[in-house]
Write a protein that binds this ligand. Structure first.
Ligand code: PLP
Length: 401
């Protein structure tokens, strides 16, 4: 087989559709976020698509904790969690996460993706006759975990407790069941009816699995997520989250009963057979979570910035999509135009945002996804709206009538 020709054909197909990704070499400027240096074009840009939702990636407490741990322990963990890779920083982080979610225990993975993949693959393959009920818009990491578990999968309509119930009704009562969904869906910005979904799941004896990746740090009195905001932390059996978004670092985790966490710790290949996160990351994460837990004003400002941006975009007749959360999607509806708009924003307006294409969103749903942070000023918002108005007038992209 001509392997190179095969790879080229597949890459050409992406290019023809306009959804081939080109890396932009940018460097965030710690202390000046959302500003970054654009190494490709030179000059300073404003980042509008970072998932460092609160700017914790540059917070002095986080950087100080990381520097101290780096000086204390060196760079890498030096082993898997079971074989020399567990430091007191990892243990402190798992305690902090368990406390945040009001669960008896937590377990840290190398990313949120790995946490979902490992936890779902392990649960789905080990629970006897397991059937996994999965929201239609679940993230790729959950889909892969379910696939790798080889458990039977049943897809329920997005955020629809009635459809979940209809499907659970038909399942064999003797089989183990798991219901997996997210709280904040990161591309549309809508929020799950967690209480209702859990009520249905519990009626049929199912284990509830909630991905709060885009909500931890951001919702609830202490930033434990939408389950905390809605008063349903105890209805969720397993909460999965990330350290990479609102907490500003890298890594993923689950929080659940002591037995469930110990089970995953002991059986999940994605936990066992990989090197632990660097201790400095764990130390930075502890500092970040502690700060964010007490920073209700940061969460309020984050929501206020998102609301202001949505309102300003709507006033400019730009097609901002309905969103219940801090995520602000603007519809373009075409992969090529979406890329052109993003390129134009960067090159002419020094605004950095990435096109969101199929398969992340359906074809025709291509969009620009803006993530305002507490660090984006009124002037930043004004500059963004003016730049988008300019791009929309130059390209054949629909405005709101
Ligand atoms: N779950 C959801 C819903 C996500 O959007 C993401 C995205 O990055 C992940 C999990 C993976 O988390 P991480 O970036 O920490 O790997």
């Amino acid at each position: 087989m001509d392997f190179e020709a095969f790879f080229k054909t597949r890459l050409d197909a992406l290019k023809a559709e306009g959804r081939y990704r080109v890396f932009t070499g940018i460097a965030r400027r710690a202390g000046a976020f959302p500003r970054a240096r654009d190494h490709a074009h030179g000059g300073e840009i404003t980042v509008w698509c970072s998932n460092d939702y609160l700017g914790m990636g540059q917070h002095p407490d986080v950087l100080a904790a990381m520097r101290a741990a780096l000086a204390e322990t060196g760079a890498g963990a030096g082993g898997t969690r079971n074989i020399s890779g567990t430091t007191h920083h990892h243990i402190a982080l798992e305690r902090e996460l368990a406390e945040l979610h009001r669960k008896p225990a937590a377990l840290v993975f190398t990313s949120g993706y790995v946490a979902n993949e490992a936890a779902l693959a392990t649960l789905g393959s080990q629970l006897p006759g397991c059937v996994i009920f999965s929201d239609a818009l679940n993230h790729a990491s959950m889909i892969q975990g379910i696939r790798h578990s080889r458990a039977d999968k049943v897809i329920f309509q997005h955020n629809d407790p009635a459809d979940l119930e209809r499907l659970l009704k038909t399942a064999d009562p003797a089989r183990a069941k798991l219901v997996a969904f997210e709280s904040v869906y990161s591309m549309d910005g809508d929020i799950a009816p967690i209480r209702e979904l859990c009520d249905v799941a519990k009626r049929y004896g199912a284990l509830t699995y909630l991905d709060e990746v885009h909500a931890v740090g951001l919702y609830g009195a202490r930033g434990a997520g939408v389950a905390e905001r809605d008063g349903v932390l105890d209805r969720v059996d397993l909460v999965q989250g990330t350290l990479a978004k609102a907490f500003g670092l890298v890594g993923g985790y689950v929080a659940a009963s002591a037995m469930l966490v110990d089970f995953l710790r002991s059986y999940a290949p994605g936990f066992i057979f990989t090197t632990a996160l660097p201790p400095a990351i764990a130390a930075g994460a502890v500092a970040s979570i502690r700060y964010v837990k007490g920073a209700a004003e940061l969460r309020q400002r984050h929501q206020e910035r998102a609301a202001r941006l949505k309102q300003r975009l709507a006033a400019a007749k730009l097609p901002v999509m309905a969103s219940d959360s801090h995520i602000v999607p603007v519809l373009v509806g075409d992969a090529r135009l979406c890329k052109q708009a993003a390129d134009d924003l960067l090159e002419r307006h020094h605004i950095y945002v990435q096109p969101i294409n199929y398969p992340t969103v359906p074809r025709g749903g291509e969009r620009l996804r803006f993530t305002p942070t507490p660090l984006h000023s009124d002037a930043d918002i004004d500059a963004l709206v003016a730049a988008l108005s300019d791009v929309w007038s130059r390209l054949p992209i629909r405005r709101v009538a």
